[in-house]
Write a new protein. Structure first.
Length: 398
C-alpha cells in the first residue's frame, strides 16, 4: 500500500497540472455540471476535464479497475475528495449512472452487464434515467402496471412511467416492469435495462410550478428489450428495487449539502440576511432570524457528518440499508426549512417571479422555494420514510 502522504502530494500536483482553468470554480447551476451522455452538448473544457479524470478512473475512484474505475482504497478516495474540495474543483461527472445504477450493477449485475455498462458510465458516455413511478403507482410502487411479456429472446414492454428525471436527455433507463401478473404484486416484478432510443419510447417533459422542467412522463409502446437486460433473477425486481432506493435516498440527501458555498468561504444564509436585514454590532440585525440561521447550520452539520459515515461504510463495501430513509427524510425536510428561511429573510422580495424591481438572487430563491416543496415527495414521500424508520430502524410494531 502506497504512503498516503505521498499519494496526497501526487494527487494535488496532478490535479493542478491536469484540470482546465475553468474547472477551478464550484458549479453555480446545473449548466456547470457534466451529466454525460450523447444528447447534451458540453463546453470543450468540461469535456476535457471528464476525459482526463475518466482515463484515471477517478470519475468513480473506488470502483474496480477492471470495469474502468480508479481502484482506490477508501482512504485514497477520501484524500482525492479532500484535495478537489480544497482546490474548489468541480466534479468531472454527475448523474444516476454514478450514484444509482452503477453501484447496483457492481453488486447485482451479470458479468456481461458490468462489462457493457459500467465502463461507459465511468467515461460519461451514457446518461441514465429511472423508470419507477407510474400515474397509478407512486408511494404504492408495487402496484405498477407496466407489463413486459416474453417473446423469444425479448420482452415486449408496454406502459407509462412518470417523474422520470431527464428522460428526454437520457440514453438508457433502468425500470421496473411486471413480468408475472398472476403473482402477488411484490413478487411479479422484474428490474430491466432499456435503451431510450428503442422504437416506441417517447419521453415528454413536465413543466413544474417553479418553471423548471427536470421531470418527464415516458410512454412505452411495444418496445422490444432483450431478456438478457434483466438485472438479477426474473420476478426478483422488488428486492433489487429496494436496494437501489437505498442508493437513491442517500444521493438525494447528499444533494442538499452546501459544500460549494463552504469551499468558497461563504455562508449564503448569513450573506442574504446581512444584505436584506442589515447588521448590528457585526451580527445579523434580527435576533429571531439569527437563531433560525444558527439552528439550520447546526442541523446541516449533523446531516453532513451522518452522510460521511454512510459514505465511509459504502466505500468499505456495505450497501446502504434502512438508514438511507433517515438521510432522505432529514435532508429533504431540512432543505424545505432552509428555503422557507430564505423566503423569510427576503421578505417582499421573495414575491418576485420575473421583470424589473427584483434582483436575480431573489427571483431564483422564489423558484427554489417552490421547487423544494417536491423534495418530500420525490424518491419516496416523507410519510413512507417515517414508516420505514419506525419498522426497520426502531423495530416498532405495526
Amino acid at each position: 500500500m502506497r504512503d498516503l502522504d505521498s499519494f496526497r502530494c501526487e494527487t494535488r500536483e496532478w490535479l493542478l497540472r491536469s484540470a482546465p482553468k475553468s474547472m477551478f470554480e464550484p458549479a453555480r447551476s446545473e449548466d456547470d455540471v457534466c451529466w454525460g451522455g450523447k444528447k447534451t452538448k458540453y463546453p470543450a473544457e468540461m469535456l476535457e476535464w471528464l476525459r482526463v479524470m475518466a482515463e484515471r478512473g477517478w470519475t468513480a475512484p473506488t470502483w474496480p479497475k477492471e470495469y474502468g474505475g480508479g481502484g482506490l482504497t477508501k482512504e485514497e478516495a477520501k484524500i482525492l475528495d479532500q484535495e478537489m474540495k480544497s482546490l474548489r474543483l468541480r466534479p468531472p461527472l454527475a448523474g444516476f449512472g454514478l450514484t444509482m445504477i452503477g453501484p447496483l450493477l457492481l453488486v447485482e449485475g451479470s458479468e456481461d452487464q458490468k462489462r457493457q455498462h459500467v465502463p461507459r458510465i465511468v467515461r460519461g458516455e451514457v446518461r441514465w434515467c429511472q423508470g419507477y413511478s407510474e400515474p397509478g403507482a407512486g408511494s404504492d410502487l408495487a402496484s405498477l402496471a407496466t407489463r413486459a411479456v416474453a417473446d423469444g429472446d425479448d420482452f415486449v414492454v408496454n406502459g407509462q412511467k412518470i417523474w422520470t428525471t431527464y428522460a428526454d436527455k437520457a440514453d438508457w433507463m433502468f425500470l421496473l416492469v411486471r413480468t408475472n401478473p398472476e403473482a402477488p404484486k411484490h413478487e411479479g416484478i422484474s428490474f430491466l435495462l432499456m435503451d431510450m432510443d428503442s422504437p416506441g419510447v417517447t419521453p415528454k417533459p413536465i413543466r413544474l410550478i417553479s418553471g423548471y422542467s427536470p421531470f418527464c412522463e415516458t410512454f412505452i409502446e411495444n418496445v422490444r428489450v432483450p431478456r438478457k437486460n434483466v438485472v438479477g433473477k426474473l420476478n426478483d425486481g422488488w428486492r433489487i428495487a429496494k436496494a437501489l432506493l437505498g442508493f437513491e435516498r442517500t444521493m438525494i440527501a447528499d444533494a442538499f449539502r452546501e459544500e460549494d458555498a463552504e469551499a468558497a468561504g461563504r455562508d449564503r444564509l448569513v450573506e442574504l440576511a446581512r444584505r436584506y436585514l442589515g447588521e448590528e454590532h457585526g451580527a445579523v440585525a434580527d435576533p429571531l432570524l439569527r437563531d433560525r440561521i444558527t439552528q439550520t447550520k447546526f442541523d446541516q452539520a449533523c446531516l453532513d457528518l451522518t452522510i460521511e459515515r454512510v459514505k465511509e461504510a459504502a466505500k468499505a463495501g456495505q450497501a446502504p440499508g434502512a438508514e438511507s430513509s433517515i438521510l432522505k427524510f432529514y435532508g429533504t425536510e431540512l432543505n424545505k426549512r432552509r428555503n422557507e428561511l430564505v423566503e423569510s429573510i427576503l421578505g417582499p422580495q421573495a414575491l418576485g417571479w420575473e421583470g424589473e424591481g427584483f434582483d436575480s438572487a431573489a427571483l431564483r430563491a422564489t423558484r427554489d422555494w417552490l421547487r423544494s416543496r417536491a423534495n418530500s415527495i420525490e424518491g419516496g414521500t416523507s410519510e413512507i420514510q417515517l414508516n420505514i424508520i419506525a419498522k426497520r430502524v426502531l423495530g416498532l410494531p405495526d
